[in-house]
Design a protein around this ligand. Structure first.
Ligand SMILES: CC(=O)N[C@H]1[C@@H](OP(=O)(O)OP(=O)(O)OC[C@H]2O[C@@H](n3ccc(=O)[nH]c3=O)[C@H](O)[C@@H]2O)O[C@H](CO)[C@@H](O)[C@@H]1O
Ligand SMILES: C=C(OP(=O)(O)O)C(=O)O
Length: 484
């Protein structure tokens, strides 16, 4: 839907923003329709060439997560000292946020292949923000929580990100208002006016990940105690909390829906922090192993963050071994090496529905990987993707690869396996959403024959060097240009 400033729903600069109702907040859209899909600023070739139907073998080491990385980059603005992030993922989404930080005058350097060093100037050039890079992400919303402490009037471009149906920014607007931060939308920008105050307690009306992180950034430089109720306890929130603790912010309740934060007026600290490996990338590789009936070792898995997913897989009959456990480099999170064994066609559909939930439920970003996994299992699987308004429709693309999939409505789908994956007729265009796009790639790996997937920017947003890493397992995947 096009933004229309004559319509109250899309323009909260009038008096409505003072008492933004839940109804209005929910209707306030992000600007996905305005976003640059990012393809033109990608550092990768546009397309993937896949020779599928091969059994894979070997081991893969997980990278740290996109979703923690983007929060950490925004959080680095809170610190006037030098921030170093170790084991950082080299993914398109990270490149976009780095471009935004640089446009504000921040020095960001890769000091080796996976370490970045960030030095912010005393004051930032907020009028110079790189709109193109910013609006290719949803994470740009977290700049508000980071910038509100030293700037009382600024603008940021409307958020983009994966196209999964309408994704409200209402919870951000409402919770920031408790800190005296008033966000209004004019055309394609959010205008932020700050008259900072300490809210004491803030209840989020959605326990979202990005909103929790935004409010953590707001609380981290608010010296009085802030209690966040109905917070997300998910992995990227935990990573941000550990980093903020390293900066000296007092946080209790990490991993629970109730966070108590005592912030600092100013932060000037040299810090090095290594984010945790990505549980969702692990689900991607588990689904790759299952659909190609391969034995793959996945190294450095934060297994507690997908323990329910692993339990469901076990109930389906998947055999796996947790080979050793140890701590992540940040010293906080338990990791394990996981060997996924070949199932030889023995998986059975789960009798109960599979649906996502806030952690420790099945992660909303893990859910899509149950589509190709269910396609391999014998029987009917009911998948209920209730969280996103428009994600389930993307899974229908799997029908082009031979998956028996029925969309009952925009949230409910039925998958009937087992599937003999086949290559699609013609080329596939990548859906503009990371997890559904990567699910399609998994299907192409399982399908015999040569296929081409066009415009794969969205996969490079979240997964590093995916063609080379899949190739290291014996897959035949390579990046090609749109004229090849
Ligand atoms: C940068 C980042 O971390 N992005 C993640 C974050 O996005 P983010 O936190 O931005 O997710 P959204 O705020 O868009 O929430 C996702 C959807 O779930 C709905 N919702 C959310 C919480 C809730 O309590 N009730 C509810 O209905 C929202 O209305 C929306 O439709 O979380 C999503 C859901 O895990 C993930 O897919 C994204 O990868
Ligand atoms: C929905 C996702 O990303 P974003 O929140 O950045 O759009 C995702 O990573 O699956």
């Amino acid at each position: 839907m096009k933004p229309d400033n004559s319509d109250l729903r899309f323009d909260i600069t009038n008096s409505a923003h003072e008492t933004l109702s839940q109804e209005l907040a929910i209707l306030l859209p992000t600007c996905a329709e305005e976003q640059d899909p990012g393809q033109n600023i990608s550092r990768h070739k546009t397309d993937l060439h896949i020779e599928g139907g091969r059994q894979l073998k070997g081991e893969i080491t997980l990278k740290t997560s996109k979703n923690a990385a983007v929060a950490l980059l925004c959080a680095s603005l809170l610190n006037h000292g030098v921030t170093r992030f170790l084991e950082f993922p080299r993914i398109e989404e990270v490149f976009r946020i780095i471009e935004v930080l640089r446009s504000l005058g921040v020095r960001v350097e890769w000091t080796d292949n996976s370490t970045i060093e960030i030095r912010r100037p005393e004051s930032l050039q907020l009028n110079n923000i790189n709109n193109r890079s910013a609006k290719a992400t949803r994470s740009v919303l977290m700049l508000i929580g980071a910038l509100m402490h030293e700037n009382d009037d600024f603008k940021i471009p409307c958020a983009g990100g994966c196209e999964l149906g309408q994704r409200t920014v209402g919870p951000h607007v409402d919770a920031l208002a408790e800190f005296g931060v008033h966000v209004s939308r004019k055309g394609n920008v959010y205008r932020v006016a700050v008259d900072k105050r300490s809210p004491g307690e803030v209840t989020l009306h959605e326990a979202g990940n990005t909103v929790t992180n935004n409010i953590l950034l707001a609380a981290a430089r608010t010296p009085e105690e802030t209690v966040i109720q109905a917070a997300s306890a998910d992995y990227m929130v935990q990573d941000l909390c550990f980093f903020l603790q390293g900066l000296g912010v007092d946080i209790e309740g990490i991993g629970t829906p109730l966070l108590r934060i005592k912030g600092l007026n100013r932060i000037e600290k040299g810090i090095a922090y290594a984010a945790t490996e990505d549980p969702i990338e692990a689900m991607f590789f588990i689904a790759v192993a299952v659909t190609t009936n391969s034995e793959i070792t996945i190294r450095r898995l934060p297994f507690r963050w997908i323990s329910l997913e692993l339990l469901k897989l076990k109930k389906m009959g998947l055999r796996y071994t947790i080979a050793r456990t140890f701590k992540a480099s940040n010293g906080h999170i338990d990791l394990a090496d996981l060997i996924v064994h070949r199932h030889e066609g023995s998986l059975k559909a789960l009798p109960d529905k599979i649906h996502p939930n806030l952690w420790p439920g099945i992660n909303p970003d893990s859910l899509p990987y149950f589509v190709p996994i269910a396609a391999v299992a014998e029987g009917h699987t009911f998948i209920h993707d209730w969280m996103f308004e428009g994600r389930a429709v993307h899974f229908r693309e799997m029908a082009k690869l031979g998956v028996d999939i029925e969309l009952a409505d925009s949230h409910r789908l039925y998958v009937r396996g087992p599937t003999k994956f086949h290559k699609p007729e013609g080329e596939l265009v990548c859906p503009p959403a990371l997890r559904p796009a990567s699910v399609l790639l998994i299907g192409l790996l399982a399908a015999s024959g040569v296929s081409v997937m066009r415009n794969v920017y969205t996969i490079h947003r979240g997964y590093e060097d995916i063609a080379a890493r899949l190739s290291s397992l014996g897959a035949r995947v390579r990046e090609i240009s749109d004229n090849e």
